[in-house]
Design a binder for this molecule. Structure first.
Ligand code: ADP
Ligand code: ZN
Length: 599
């Protein structure tokens, strides 16, 4: 590795070493090569183009789909003393022409632009007159129509290659199952580029899936273990977002809603608070999150099922970008599968697309039901093998028990069949358990031969059976009707008793547990360093306010912890700490030492 890259990494970014494949990528792109980079969220993608941008003459043009993302990156780069700017619709005409002037005069190292902007004839001709270091295409999965956030403008980015064949291009994404990977390479004409794939494993995230059973209460229990920590709660609909946020606030959680139906100002204000204040829980639809690279998000909770494993890894990937422990937690039930299946069936998409979506949903349900290590299942979806079980997810920590449910499954299927394949799981369970509801009498279901043959299991256990039968394809949900269940070709396996059906035993219902509130920001700090940490945090808040940037742009928690623990006495010692490059040392070094001297 050439030492200019390492020198710049240390001097400007304050990092001691490259992470994973960064070194190779930087070298390749700085040397003029094209690259396609697949790295999980928080793997450290930005550095792969930011560093070559500093090593090569000219300005790097970074294509990025979201304004919020650009602004954050530019703020962070300026803190490092890098000449960065962005051009987007949020700038007024004067500010925009100032940025254009800087570009022409060669005063910029990096310029972030939205694809719409980039593709205008005006901007392209500006580029013709400027010195370009490289093109970086961030969130490259936006080019794929099977990807979850397809942006048609991305398709036209091949134009960059056609007009500037000698300028290196680097495309980056955190979402890439093998078909999407191939589509990105093809659509961006990057087949000949070097492909860098790093593992999608996120070792600091603990994955947990619980069976849905009063989702709100379950959520509240989960949040008790994360007092005063920032996190995201994902829900499917706008209404559910509003209701959940209100419910959490009533219960003392500092929660804010976010969805596309809110007035733009309110939405922006909530996002702003999430980024700038400590410990906010954002309850949101998936409209929230792309480009949110707040490093200290401690958990991502799903109270509704996401649409695919890619979506799920992308959403949960927003937790723990700083590498500190974080949680991905989800509550899931049969109702979710029915609801999403209906949404797919009733959408305007063509049949091919619906089949793709249904397959993606099936894969996700498979993940939820799996008895194997969660991490192994997730990585298998990206074509990776995770060798030993992780020892850290719910299935590894409390291995689920399986039981021979062959007889129960036969009872379930015959009862579905005898009642005419017109009813949902709730009613069929009532028949099996011999309930005396109005509906049972009305349909004469108390006269069925399957009435009351399933009293050995309680409602909860039966729900688990039905959910798993659907997940395994032994029962289908009629998505056009009201979630009624029907048999499938696969049902014969069970009815003919050809193979035993092993199902996962439902975990016992947890009593409302008040888990010890721990706070990751201060874990691992010895008591003697705690006052220093708090004083440094105050300093950080003040500095962030003065410049109206998020606190983590100044210092990460980890940097503060290291300062508090090592207690440096000079600028030289301070410079040794991870996350402190020369620009931060110069700007904040004295203030930090002063705080340390006083505490
Ligand atoms: P991505 O874009 O892949 O999601 P980022 O580029 O935002 O991830 O990087 C995630 C975090 O990792 C950032 O806080 C960044 O400062 C940090 N990081 C990146 N590279 C290194 C490195 N070589 N050493 C230490 N920290 C790093
Ligand atoms: Zn595991």
């Amino acid at each position: 590795m050439s030492s200019p890259a390492l020198d710049t990494l240390r001097r400007v970014f304050g990092h001691t070493a490259f992470r994973g494949p960064q070194a190779e990528i930087v070298e390749h792109v700085a040397g003029g090569g094209d690259a396609l980079v697949l790295m999980p969220t928080s793997g450290g993608k930005s550095l792969c183009y930011q560093l070559p941008a500093l090593l090569r003459p000219g300005c790097a043009i970074v294509v990025s789909p979201l304004i919020a993302l650009m602004q954050d990156q530019v703020d962070a780069l300026r803190q490092l003393g890098v000449a960065a700017a962005c051009l987007n619709s949020a700038l007024d005409a004067d500010a925009a022409s100032e940025v254009e002037r800087q570009l022409r005069e060669g005063a910029l190292d990096l310029l972030y632009v939205a694809p719409e902007r980039l593709l205008t004839p005006r901007f392209l001709s500006l580029l013709e007159r400027s010195d370009i270091a490289l093109f970086a295409i961030d969130e490259a999965h936006c080019v794929s129509q099977w990807g979850h956030d397809f942006r048609p403008e991305y398709r036209q980015l091949t134009l960059l290659h056609e007009r500037w064949p000698d300028i290196p291009r680097i495309a980056l994404t955190a979402t890439a199952d093998p078909p999407t990977q191939r589509e990105i390479a093809e659509r961006l004409q990057l087949e000949d580029a070097r492909h860098f794939t790093s593992t999608f494993d996120r070792p600091n995230i603990r994955y947990t899936v619980v069976q849905k059973d009063n989702a709100r209460r379950q959520l509240l229990d989960f949040l008790r273990g994360h007092a005063n920590e920032a996190g995201i709660v994902y829900a499917l609909s706008r209404r559910k977002v509003e209701e959940t946020a209100a419910f959490l606030r009533e219960n003392g959680v500092n929660a804010l809603p976010y969805h596309a139906g809110m007035p733009a100002e309110v939405r922006a204000a909530n996002q702003h608070r999430f980024l700038r204040e400590d410990g906010i829980v954002m309850v949101a639809t998936i409209a929230f999150g792309m480009g949110i690279d707040k490093p200290d998000v401690r958990f991502v909770a799903h109270i509704d099922l996401p649409k695919s494993i890619e979506g799920y890894t992308q959403e949960t990937g927003r937790a723990g970008r700083d590498g500190e422990p974080a949680e991905a937690w989800m509550t899931y039930g049969l109702g979710d599968v029915v609801q999403l299946g209906q949404m797919i069936a009733q959408s305007d998409s063509d049949e091919a697309r619906k089949r793709v979506e249904q397959r993606k949903l099936d894969a996700l349900v498979g993940y939820c039901e799996s008895m194997a290590c969660r991490r192994q299942v997730l990585l298998a979806n990206f074509g990776e093998t995770y060798p030993p079980p992780c020892g850290h997810c719910d299935n590894c920590l409390t291995p689920p028990e399986s039981w021979d449910a062959s007889l129960a499954a036969q009872k379930a299927l015959s009862c579905v069949y005898r009642s005419g394949q017109r009813f949902g799981a709730g009613h069929v369970i009532d028949i099996l358990r011999g309930a005396t509801s109005e509906r049972i009498r009305q349909f004469g279901h108390d006269a069925l031969s399957t009435y009351g043959i399933g009293t050995e299991l309680d409602v909860r256990a039966w729900r688990g059976v039905f959910r798993q039968l659907v997940a395994g394809g032994w029962l289908a949900v009629d998505v056009d009707g009201h979630g009624s269940l029907r048999l499938t070709p696969k049902s014969a396996e069970i009815l003919k008793d050809t193979q035993p059906v092993m199902l996962r035993r439902e975990a016992p219902r947890k009593p409302g547990r008040a888990s010890a509130a721990r706070n990751t920001a201060t874990t691992g700090l010895d008591p003697g360093s705690l006052p220093r940490f708090e004083a440094l945090r105050e300093l950080r808040t003040r500095l962030a306010r003065e410049q109206s940037v998020p606190p983590y742009v100044i210092f990460h928690d980890r940097t503060l912890r290291e300062i508090a623990t090592l207690h440096p006495a000079s600028l030289g010692e301070l410079a040794e700490i991870g996350g402190i490059g020369s620009s931060k040392l110069e700007r904040y070094g004295d203030a930090v030492l002063e705080v340390l001297a006083e505490t």
